[in-house]
Ligand binder design. Structure first.
Ligand SMILES: Cc1cc2nc3c(=O)[nH]c(=O)nc-3n(C[C@H](O)[C@H](O)[C@H](O)COP(=O)(O)OP(=O)(O)OC[C@H]3O[C@@H](n4cnc5c(N)ncnc54)[C@H](O)[C@@H]3O)c2cc1C
Length: 468
């Protein structure tokens, strides 16, 4: 009897999918976003998918898989774009999308299952108490809150509240461990960082508690500039203004807006660089007074036809900028660049100047511990991995580092060597190393030294079939 048949016997009552096509579909995420990951991961598939509905289903699945030595890769909605949710070693995908119950909405507090979609959460919190999440990724409508905590980093709202890892942005998380008798552990404070952006390698999230804030009526505003430097400078000015309450602020360099934001084209010129802003309606008039006639679109006065026809503003920002480019030009990919500390403006200018034919810049403005910051998600015309590596190396030479989005491992994506405390925790929570194998290089090779080129090949990786 195969191990999956034995698992099926042990899981009686819990839904187990073994249909090859359905399993393959649930074994994929948005890895294809990256030409490098597309090549490395396209063949990867699990042998079965467990559809957990309750915490007890998760615990029983983890105990049975532990006994049978079956790898387990947790999954929310599969919108991660680094192959985080892909079962490199095969085994079981543990789908948590049905664990989507919202159990408490209170003043400043939400408790829900990991599978709840952020769009659904906000529909419920708005209706119940006129509150909203502090932040959501641009995949708000399709992504789960558990997947955001385990695989995401920030997004719409980060301009006000910072990135997701900052204190207070996650109140608590409950995880189940991968042992003969899985433990349930409630994490708060700094301990949350052991599971945030850890791709599920240290435990499966079964419940989350998130902060809620008073909802605002957000107005979508587009400002155009025929000069990129002026566009970025205006972004900094807006960010510096303590009187304007924002939820989103991004600058996107010409010609990306006109070429890729097709449904917004009537508001744009071919040479338009764009600021995408979400501003609270009580500040809109004073905000527009500051922006000297740059506004080409505001959602509060838009026609019914435009309101129906246009995608949400957050679907132009964060990784949606790249998605819109990819829909029109499959040769495009992107980088995730930091700025030199204290030299943000020059960093942004340098990137645009160094590779004018290959890079179109895209800046997301954020705030970290009250300090204004920017990160860059520039579009890159992809020629080859070799050329991309050369560009990344030249940027590193001038102090601009890439949080490699073309890698499926935590170390490569986070620009770091193995973290001994994370490995020690994994040893406690997952002694056989069965949770999302291959994503934590330090588990397999504690001596690994970070390589900005990426390209790590996990020893657990399924063998690529040889296609004649
Ligand atoms: C167009 C586009 C735009 C995006 N914009 C953003 C953005 O603005 N900000 C951002 O941060 N990300 C963004 N992303 C990435 C992704 O959409 C988000 O991070 C999203 O929150 C992931 O949620 P998910 O439910 O799809 O997670 P999945 O893709 O299913 O999983 C993500 C990771 O979490 C793990 N995981 C899932 N559920 C659990 C669980 N219950 N317990 C333990 N581990 C678990 C998975 O194994 C995987 O490693 C974007 C992606 C795309 C394609």
């Amino acid at each position: 009897m195969s191990r999956i048949d034995q698992l099926s016997l042990r899981l009686g009552g819990i839904s187990l999918i073994t249909n090859e096509k359905a399993v393959r579909a649930k074994s994929r995420d948005f890895f294809w976003y990256s030409p490098v990951l597309k090549d490395a991961l396209d063949h990867v598939t699990a042998q079965a998918v467990v559809m957990a509905q309750t915490e007890d289903d998760v615990v029983r699945t983890l105990a049975a898989c532990f006994e049978l030595d079956i790898p387990v890769t947790p999954r929310g909605s599969g919108t991660g774009n680094y192959g985080q949710a892909m079962p490199i070693a095969g085994g079981v995908v543990l789908d948590t999308s049905l664990m989507n119950a919202i159990t408490r909405i209170d003043d400043g507090v939400l408790i829900c299952g990991p599978g709840a979609l952020m769009g659904d959460i906000e529909t419920a919190t708005l209706a119940a108490t006129r509150q909203e999440l502090r932040m959501h990724p641009s995949t708000r409508e399709t992504a789960s809150i558990g997947g955001f905590i385990a695989g995401g980093s920030g997004g719409v709202g980060s301009v006000r509240w910072g990135m997701l890892h900052e204190p207070g942005n996650i109140r608590s998380v409950r995880i189940a461990t991968m042992e003969a008798r899985p433990r349930l552990i409630d994490l708060t404070g700094l301990d949350i960082n052991n599971v945030h952006h850890a791709y599920g390698v240290t435990g499966v999230i079964t419940e989350v508690e998130m902060p809620l804030v008073k909802a605002e009526n957000w107005v979508e505003v587009l400002l155009t500039f025929d000069d990129w430097q002026a566009c970025v400078a205006a972004g900094w000015d807006i960010l510096d203004d303590p009187d304007v309450i924002l939820k989103q602020l991004a600058a996107i360099q010409t010609p990306a807006p006109y070429c890729y934001f097709v449904r917004h084209r009537k508001f744009l010129q071919e040479n338009s660089s764009l600021l995408c802003v979400l501003v609270a309606d009580r500040w809109i008039e004073s905000f527009l007074a500051l922006t000297a006639g740059r506004c080409v679109y505001r959602s509060d006065t838009a026609s019914d036809d435009d309101k129906k026809r246009l995608p949400h503003l957050h679907h132009l920002c964060w990784n949606h900028t790249t998605l819109r480019a990819l829909k029109i030009d499959p040769e495009v990919t992107y980088l995730q660049l930091g700025t030199r500390d204290g030299d943000e403006v020059n960093s942004i200018t340098d990137v645009a100047k160094m590779f004018p034919d290959e890079i179109i810049n895209h800046v997301e403005f954020t705030r970290s511990q009250g300090k204004a910051r920017a990160s860059m998600l520039p579009l890159l015309r992809y020629h080859s991995k070799l050329r991309m590596d050369m560009i990344v190396a030249q940027l590193a030479d001038i102090g601009i580092l890439n949080w490699n989005p073309h890698a499926y491992t935590l170390e490569e994506g986070n620009h770091r060597n193995p973290d001994p405390s994370q490995i020690a925790l994994k040893r406690e929570n997952d002694p056989k190393g069965l949770l999302n194998p291959g994503k934590l290089i330090g588990w397999d090779n504690p001596d690994y030294i970070y390589d900005m080129k990426g390209g790590y090949h996990a020893p657990q990786m399924q063998v690529k079939p040889c296609v004649p």
